[in-house]
Ligand binder design. Sequence first.
Ligand SMILES: Nc1ncnc2c1ncn2[C@@H]1O[C@H](COP(=O)(O)OP(=O)(O)OP(=O)(O)O)[C@@H](O)[C@H]1O
Ligand SMILES: [Mg+2]
Length: 255
Amino acid sequence: MNTGGQMELYGEQKTEHSGLGGGAEPIISIRNLVKIYKTKKVRFRALGGVDLDIWPGEFVAVVGTSGSGKSTLLNLAAGLEKPTAGKIFIREKPIHKMKEDDLVEFRLNHVGFIFQNFNLMDTLTTLENAAFPLMLRGMPPLKREKQAKAVLSGLGLSGHLAHDPDELSGGQQQRVSIARAIITKPEILFADEPTGNLDSETAEQIMEVLREIVRENGTTLLMVTHDMEKARYADRIVHIADGEITRIEERGEWQ
Ligand SMILES: Nc1ncnc2c1ncn2[C@@H]1O[C@H](COP(=O)(O)OP(=O)(O)OP(=O)(O)O)[C@@H](O)[C@H]1O
Ligand SMILES: [Mg+2]
């Protein structure tokens, strides 16, 4: 598959891969993160004090069974939810302290999201969905469409620009959502079960696309999944159970 278009777009901001440490600062730093959900009847500790550093250009997979706290960890790291206690720094910015307005700005300009169910807008075409974050930034239509076309071409979607999401296959829809996630050239991508709704062959192709984005562009990727096969695409695998990290595997330990 040709992913050249999006790589070109990214060229100017390529960052050094730090390896694991090498003196560089972590891009995401999580300290003693606790999340307690309180409902009318129950109080549930979804995260029980998580510490994790993620380095620039690293692909980290968080794996665990259903209910282990994976999505909670991702949502907190991305500033989509507030922690009960603990700290999250992204490039030394304290996400846990940010007000909603600043979080909206942060999400629009610094991170991209990829979800299991694609979350595309069903009234928008492929081109419009991919260009949507640029529209939110106030970029004029012709300019944003040009950029979206380049990214979509890199993801093999040039022939489907005018399709609505329901006229695309699952794999194509996920490519559109990847295009939308990377169009603002974010430093960090967050992905929650990005291949959960795809057949195994399509899922592998999407994993290859994600790994290539990390390798070629120096993007940091935090992905959660219950599937070890998908986790093995990562540089590091963080195992989580009952809201706590139980083990961290480095690439090389499983390949
Ligand atoms: N809004 C909420 N209110 C109450 N409890 C919640 C809420 N969100 C999550 N939980 C609980 O927190 C725990 C962790 O949920 P989380 O969604 O992080 O799991 P997960 O590892 O992503 O699971 P899955 O693989 O099924 O997506 C679960 O037991 C869940 O019931
Ligand atoms: Mg989940």
